[in-house]
Design a protein around this ligand. Sequence first.
Ligand code: SAH
Length: 340
Amino acid sequence: MNNILKKAYTEHNLSKSEIITLLNSDGKELYKTADKVRQEFVGDGVHLRGLIEFSNICKRECKYCGLRAPNKNADRYRLKPDEIIEYAKKGVELGYKTIVLQSGEDSFYTTEKLCNIISEIKKFDIALTLSIGEKTKEEYQAFKDAGADRYLLRIETTNKTLYQKMHPNMNYENRKQCLYNIKDSGLEVGSGSLVGLPEQTVEDLADDILFFKELDADMIGIGPFIPHPDTPLSGKLNKENFDFALKMMAIVRLLLPDINIPATTAMETINPMGRIIALNSGANVVMPNILDSEYKIKYEIYPNKICLNEHSGKCRNCIEGKIKSIGRFVSDTKGFHKRV
Ligand code: SAH
């Protein structure tokens, strides 16, 4: 182990320049160290979170995302509250201990509607995560009070100039404030970044990691940017994004050793072994989709998403097989962040 990795392994702290050195390394030793830290702090259990993408209707215009409001080619759908609850029930029957509700920023779902859905789903005795964008402090509190457990909101990038370019009519400071409001409400807070955005530098990635540490996040999801043809950022995929995303994820494991870190779907979209590689490099969570194909296909934040035609029961078995093949097991707990 080199000196920077030794320091990260013992102190769980690194300077920006040390992080940059690791990001520019080939990653081999880094992945090994992150896997060791993962094993020591969160063990061999992998938490499966059943994902329900309940609406692809979005008022935002994020430059990279296929669900952006100006994309006229997106075939929009919105599940009814009863359908969302039905899917959650199906997820529970498939053995999931956490359900994640994700959507575009769709104003149809008022706080009242969402709180009703939350309290219905919580009757199934599972953990519930929301990933539905920017809300007010009061709304996050209402979700928590209705029974929600966690909330995911990626900062996407901490480079303020780049953030403003990528997110027309949105505000970097507000997004940051949202993350602190989520935390203050008592919800577990998840964040993360996109890796490989145009003009994004290795320095930016290092700043993202330091921000996650400052936020003291409970969960961090890192995904490679995959260009969507119907967005202003259409174009060729940069395969390097995978390696940088993986290195970033591994460094996050070193600095925030006891948090939950997913092997993201976007990683597997770029690399057919992506999630297994991620699980061997610091990750301890996988988020399989439990929707039927018709909706999975339409929730196209980026193209060529994996397992679009797979039945949700099959997805569950497939990922369990992969997890067992690397000597790990599917956790039967709700998988809250346990501070060590
Ligand atoms: N509306 C919610 C959920 C967004 S979709 C919210 O704002 O939090 C979930 C994540 O998909 C985003 O946070 C973003 O990081 C990722 N994403 C969007 N477009 C992508 C693309 N083209 N390639 C890779 N990931 C993308």
